[in-house]
Design a protein around this ligand. Structure first.
Ligand code: GLU
Length: 421
């Protein structure tokens, strides 16, 4: 998905560093700590061959970045997308560091990506690519070192192949090396829905704070993958009306409401949400600007920029995606009294239930979905309220508040550990 408004592409790494700089300045971090936290600890690039079905060999490029290991092993997903770049993966890794710190789970931040459009691959090619890529990054990963998970265009089947590849090399089964696995292989109940569930918990908290009545509210969702489609379903369960959704091919709108279970079925059958009966086809960018109360960006980075931020009608924005809003857009939204639930808080439910999965794997345990969801709700509600308290005290937006909380936690951990040697 591209930003239709953008003239020059926005570099997500520049965005991530700007966001960090703002927080570091406000916290008065010393220059040494700033310099350390501004850069990733490790950046790893691999070029690896895969046998294609037509008999040819294709070389793919992939990355694994570990931004910070101060609070624990690196944690973060692996995405497969044609637009993956090292700068994107660096930004996503840094955001994982802050995300884990905001919710207080004992991880640092990491991320991986492969430059590929997986929709162009057969299942066999996808499996070969996954197994070879995981083999290439095995020097970095491990249950005590760096624990990958699903992200854009990766799923539980891909996690199963990664876990199997690592286990075959180890000579025994190592479930704790990746999260987001199928339940039958040590996956956690509730992991698949966790990102969307946490986004909706945050929306419920924010709506209470803002006096928005969810059953009367209209919602737009950009992105219809794991986060977007499940968030649309769960917000509908709260009584809200979903008036627009989109996927990478385009969007649809109906001011009277879209029945999400039917849209999901339509997309399964037609490969796109567009053409859905009774709805008007609109562009992906238009979804962000439709008349609604709550906007859920659940696609990719840099969707809300200085060019379109002023056109957003929603009062509440809940970032299920990572990095959908640029710092310039943040300033416009703040000026226009929009309430932003930032990515590092709003979508932290995914990695939180990943943490639960890892704990269960290490303990050879299995928790019920009720236990998982109750623990998730407790962690998210606490993180949301802590962030809101900072926003009120500091008279700042929720992103700044979440950064103040997260960067302080990471900087404190780093300072306590001291500089080696
Ligand atoms: N890819 C997800 C994220 O961006 C989940 C990461 C994880 O579970 O480790 O937060």
């Amino acid at each position: 998905m591209t930003t239709e408004h953008a003239t020059t592409p926005i570099n997500p790494w520049a965005v991530a560093q700007q966001q960090f700089d703002l927080a570091a300045e406000r916290l008065g971090l010393d220059d040494g700590m700033r310099a350390v936290l501004r850069e990733p600890r490790r950046e790893f690039t691999v070029h690896f061959p895969v046998h294609m079905d037509d008999g040819s060999v294709r070389v793919f490029t992939g990355y694994r970045v570990q931004h910070n290991l101060g609070r624990g092993p690196a944690k973060g997903g692996i995405r497969y997308h044609q637009d993956v770049s090292i700068d994107e993966v660096k930004a996503l890794a840094m955001w994982m560091t802050w995300k884990c710190a905001v919710v207080g789970i004992p991880y640092g931040g990491g991320k991986g990506g492969v430059i590929v459009d997986p929709k162009q691959l057969s299942m066999r090619e996808l499996e070969s690519l996954t197994r070879r890529f995981f083999t290439e990054i095995e020097v970095l990963v491990g249950p005590e070192k760096d624990i990958p998970a699903p992200d854009v265009n990766t799923n539980s089947q891909i996690m199963a192949w990664m876990m199997d590849t690592y286990s075959m090399h180890a000579g025994y089964t190592v479930p704790g090396v990746v999260t987001g696995k199928p339940i039958s292989l040590g996956g956690s109940e509730g992991r698949n829905e966790a990102t969307a569930r946490c986004t909706v918990y945050c929306i419920v908290e924010a709506a209470r704070h803002l006096g928005i009545e969810l059953p009367k509210s209209r919602v737009a969702v950009q992105g219809f993958g794991n986060a977007g489609s499940i968030a649309a379903t769960l917000i509908e369960d709260e009584g809200a009306t979903v008036v627009a959704v989109s996927d990478s091919t385009g969007g649809i709108a109906n001011p009277d409401g879209l029945e999400i279970s039917k849209v999901i079925k339509w997309k399964k059958e037609h490969g796109t949400v567009q053409g859905f009966p009774g709805a008007t086809d609109i562009s992906n960018a238009e979804v962000l600007e439709v008349d609604c109360d709550i906007l859920i960006p659940a696609a990719l980075e840099n969707q809300i920029t200085e060019r379109n931020a002023g056109n957003i009608k929603a009062r509440l924005i809940a970032e299920a995606a990572n990095g959908p809003t640029t710092p310039e857009a943040d300033r416009i939204l703040w000026k226009n009294s929009k309430f932003m639930i930032p990515d590092i808080l709003c979508n932290a439910g995914g990695v939180t239930v990943s943490y639960f999965e890892w704990v269960q794997d290490l303990n050879r345990d299995h928790w019920s979905e009720e236990v998982v969801n109750a623990k998730l709700k407790e962690i998210m509600t606490k993180a949301f309220r802590e962030t809101l308290a900072i926003a009120r005290r500091e008279q700042c937006d929720m992103r700044t508040a979440a950064y103040l909380l997260a960067v302080r936690r990471v900087a404190d951990a780093m300072a306590m550990r001291g500089l080696y040697p």
